[in-house]
Design a protein around this ligand. Sequence first.
Ligand SMILES: C[S@@+](CC[C@H](N)C(=O)[O-])C[C@H]1O[C@@H](n2cnc3c(N)ncnc32)[C@H](O)[C@@H]1O
Length: 168
Amino acid sequence: LSRLDFHIRPKIAQRDSLDLAAAWLGETPGVIVEFGFGAGRSYSHLLARFPGRDVVCFDRADKAHVLFRPPTDRLIVGEFAGVLDDPAIHARFTGRVVLLHVDVGSGGPEDEVVPEFILSRVHPWLRPRAVVVSDQHLTLDPAWDLVPVDTSGRVAYAELFHVYRRPG
Ligand SMILES: C[S@@+](CC[C@H](N)C(=O)[O-])C[C@H]1O[C@@H](n2cnc3c(N)ncnc32)[C@H](O)[C@@H]1O
């Protein structure tokens, strides 16, 4: 495999996983939350797949493209640990999120702990039947009330992106 292959395959798995979540969720009401806004590529995909929805993103940096800049109240800038200490943030999202996209990988050692840290804080945000799509494998805590979904056959390179669902 070339380096280009290694770059592209997780992106295909990410896109297909988000598309699968969109097909499952349809018009199911709820907010979409993304941890790891980055350059806003996946944000633009979420807007395309969930037209008219509230899509709220978190990142330590604001690197938004001028054409895909979220409204000010939908890009929450700060370290996840600090932002997730804010009771006002929890009040805003608890019980309202239908899709959580976790895309925080940097290739460093923090990839081992940041996704589980996020879930440990935000699992009360998820509605019944909510979907979690993650660039990292999650070691699930039973308190999160999530089950892994085998997406092989529906997502290309399914082993490269991880999908979980809250039972209904
Ligand atoms: C892989 S990039 C996101 C790519 C983005 N989803 C896209 O499609 O353009 C990961 C992002 O997570 C952010 N991030 C990682 N760990 C973080 C932390 N502890 N607090 C805040 N932001 C963090 C980084 O700043 C980076 O922009």
